[in-house]
Design a protein around this ligand. Sequence first.
Ligand SMILES: Cc1cc2nc3c(=O)[nH]c(=O)nc-3n(C[C@H](O)[C@H](O)[C@H](O)COP(=O)(O)OP(=O)(O)OC[C@H]3O[C@@H](n4cnc5c(N)ncnc54)[C@H](O)[C@@H]3O)c2cc1C
Length: 410
Amino acid sequence: MSGQIAIVGAGPSGCYLAQALLKLAPDLKVDLIDALPVPFGLTRYGVAADHQGTKAVTRQFARTFERQGARFFGNVRVGRDLSLAQISSAYDATVLAAGLSSDRPLDIPGGDLPQVYGSARLTRALNEHPDAVTLPDLGAHPVILGNGNVAVDLLRILCKNPAEFDGSDLGPGPTAWLAANNIETITIVGRSPAAKAKFDPVMVRELRKLENIHVTMDEPESSSAPEEQKKLQALHDLNGHGTGSVRVNFRFGIQPLAVEGDSRVTGLRVAAVESEEIIGATSLITAIGFMSDGDLNRDTLITKAAPQQGGKLDERLYSAGWFRHGPRGTIPQSRADAQDTAALILSELTIDPARMGATIFAELPDCTDYLGWQQIDRVEQGQSLPGRCRQKITSTKKLINVAKQRGQNL
Ligand SMILES: Cc1cc2nc3c(=O)[nH]c(=O)nc-3n(C[C@H](O)[C@H](O)[C@H](O)COP(=O)(O)OP(=O)(O)OC[C@H]3O[C@@H](n4cnc5c(N)ncnc54)[C@H](O)[C@@H]3O)c2cc1C
């Protein structure tokens, strides 16, 4: 009898962990359970459509299912369709790799005005997540609040010409939305000074390829720390770039105080170096971090477990990826973690043959599997429009229906 391990969340951290576990112990039964009918988490529904090189990591994940024998149980939301206790009693060990899918609220006066949009909400809509809401009208002067890669991702996408999405999987709805926007200025506001901004220099350098922008910023300060120097150099090289129609202004060291406007956003009141000012805005996009959606009671589990050891939360219960660390870290970073967590799980594994394992999913209607995902993948790639590498199926119902035709030639 081999051990049975449940991984809740089939995003990058869940997939890397399954890969590491099965490499160390090929006889294990490793089941990845996801709320969505399809695997790969933010690689499919967060990473930008024009970063297909990053999305290509899914080919590695596919091998974990196709060659190493990991199994996929999709359309199963733990905390709604089955409780964590049910999963935990069915498996010898359970790992929570469910990511963080909600936007952190903007906790300043006016932060709840209707034109304040979280980046999770926007990136889900741009990536055609089945639960996404409609893409909103940002108006002529959106302000992006945040200093990380997600903020730069959104900036880049909003500034691109339609032709600059060639080869991507950007869907017809988001393509039309981007083409129709009437953006004139984008101000990107960070709390930290330029040297401490969280984005990678490579993301800043990529902005220099954009045709449609004209960049302005205060000349960044200097620093002697090598990592900070790289960032500052990238910003210095970007400053003044382009003569395009969208004016992009980077602001650093700015503390947001309030969103201005009664029923509509009209600006962002901020504390700059020595005084207050209002940055005019028609909408505000927050890229200030993500939090758990509450289905798995993350806060209680993490607090109870502190200090964390290799992601362990409790007896036979572990965590991985963003669920474990918070909303930091790239896809490759979750790979390194996976080796350690896999070794820890295996060192503590006690196998109980009475545990039911995947039979607990038998009663759930519309549970999808990996063959179902392969069918969805084939259909999506087959129906891609000119200039696109896939056209996503955008509703849960349709995804499930296509998954049910598993293995058929459509
Ligand atoms: C907009 C954006 C752009 C990014 N771009 C890049 C990039 O270009 N390069 C890069 O390296 N990194 C990028 N990242 C970071 C990268 O996406 C993360 O490092 C990585 O996805 C974290 O993996 P994860 O498996 O922990 O979480 P996720 O990818 O979020 O996966 C979690 C999975 O758990 C599932 N789930 C959630 N709740 C439940 C539940 N209750 N029951 C069952 N399943 C559940 C979700 O459906 C999801 O599939 C980006 C992130 C964002 C937000």
